[in-house]
Design a protein around this ligand. Structure first.
Ligand code: NIG
Ligand code: FE
Length: 411
């Protein structure tokens, strides 16, 4: 059979083929790897994978790439980013080095609210220019699909501007984006009561965003001093009625019962999960919910405590990894996150790979990416490493040699 492209002799081809759901617990170690593997692509789609000798007997490629000594994996999926923002906050890192906490900086009018001011002032085109710069770097570092949250506008006008920017960049850039509305990211300065602002999100903002079809998911920062579990619950119930998938920022700084609350409402993912208790982990493991862990955040806050990933996986939870890219934790690199996940949370390289591809795709409800299953988008990376153990090990540099999206080389 004649096809567009064959990538042959991959030292390791990690296909992540398997169940049509996130891999849980033990299953995360199995990346469905083929040694001396080959990948067949036609019309932007994965046609087949298997041992090189078998594949070369069955297919004839217009183009054939020899990937000897290289590792081939699905493109990274980054399932938690705050991509649409203006400005930067490098001086706040200095304050943190000097001993201030994230919450102290927020209370002084810094943090999220400072980025809100800058984002409100920027035009949609200015935000798109900043997003493009970040997306170019993400793609260079191997991210082919990302979720992108709004939440630095808070008022409807700016939230719509940012969500439009996300939807437009999804079309204009080779990297794919999945938009999330996160109006409930902080109490805006024009409100002095959380409950009133949740009413505003439910009655004035979300119906408009739903009608314009600007976001697939709704997320909320459920945290002591931000939004309570009750307020978050009210918002998420309304969001579900309007057709949004549910996500939650939970247990990042304190555990106020948000992860189990959101999973009971059918949330697709609970995100951050640093202070999640043993009992909560057991509850989450019973559900289909994916825990999205963000080790870049405690790293940039210079905290000792990371998400209990080992306990989560040992209890049978499905875990994904993400950058959390935002002005407080600014990295475009899933490779950096994988190194942190392995070193600080004791995830194995295979588990971290699964968490950054297949499980990350499941956490944003995309079954067409994140694995090299027949019929999926041919989004894949050629890494300049002979095996997957090098991925966390050889750190701080870009191991990605080539990036393909829909079968086309984009880097
Ligand atoms: O996920 N935790 C809430 N939101 C972001 C931080 C946003 C910011 O500091 O600008 C996060 O870490
Ligand atoms: Fe976040």
């Amino acid at each position: 059979m004649k096809v567009d492209l064959i990538v042959k002799r991959c030292a390791e081809l990690h296909t992540l083929k398997g169940p049509e759901r996130a891999r849980k617990g033990e299953e995360m170690k199995d990346t469905a790897v083929v040694k001396d593997g080959a990948l067949v692509v036609d019309d932007g789609i994965v046609i087949d994978t298997g041992p090189t000798n078998e594949i070369m007997n069955g297919y004839e490629g217009d183009k054939v790439i020899d990937a000897s000594d290289k590792t081939v994996i699905p493109g990274f999926v980054d399932p938690h980013t705050h991509l649409a923002f203006a400005g930067s906050r490098e001086d706040e890192l200095v304050k943190k080095i000097e001993g201030k906490t994230y919450m102290q900086i927020l209370e002084e009018g810094g943090g999220i609210l400072r980025t809100v001011r800058q984002t409100r002032e920027a035009s949609k085109d200015e935000i798109k220019v900043e997003m493009k710069r970040r997306m170019d770097v993400m793609l260079q570092y191997g991210t082919t699909t990302a979720e992108a949250k709004s939440g630095y506008g808070l008022d409807l006008e700016t939230e719509v501007k940012c969500l439009e920017a996300i939807n437009e960049m999804d079309k204009e850039h080779p990297m794919k984006l999945v938009p999330t509305y996160m109006g409930a990211h902080s109490l805006p300065p024009e409100f002095d009561d959380q409950s009133d602002y949740i009413d505003y999100c439910c009655e004035s903002a979300m119906p408009v965003i739903a009608k314009k079809e600007l976001a697939k998911f709704c997320d909320v920062f459920c945290e002591k001093g931000v939004f309570t579990s009750g307020e978050s619950r009210r918002l998420l119930i309304k969001a579900a009625e309007l057709g949004f998938g549910l996500k939650v920022h939970a247990d990042e700084i304190e555990n106020i019962g948000c992860s189990t609350m959101a999973s009971e409402l059918g949330a697709i993912s609970c995100e951050h999960l640093v202070k999640t208790s043993d009992e909560d982990i057991k509850e989450l493991a019973k559900k289909e919910v994916v825990g999205i862990l963000l080790p870049g955040t405690p790293f940039m806050l210079m905290e000792d405590e990371y998400s209990p990933a080992r306990k989560m996986i040992n209890e049978g939870m499905a875990v994904a990894l993400a950058t959390d890219l935002n002005p407080n934790c600014w990295t475009e690199s899933m490779q950096m996150i994988i190194t942190l996940a392995c070193l600080q949370m004791k995830m194995l390289p295979e588990e971290a790979l699964c968490a950054s591809t297949k499980n990350a795709a499941m956490a944003i409800d995309r079954d067409d990416v994140g694995s090299l299953e027949k019929g999926n988008c041919a989004d894949f990376l050629i890494l300049d490493i002979p095996n997957i153990m090098h991925l966390p090990y050889h750190f701080g540099i870009n191991l990605v040699e080539e990036v393909y999206v829909n079968g086309v080389k984009v880097q």
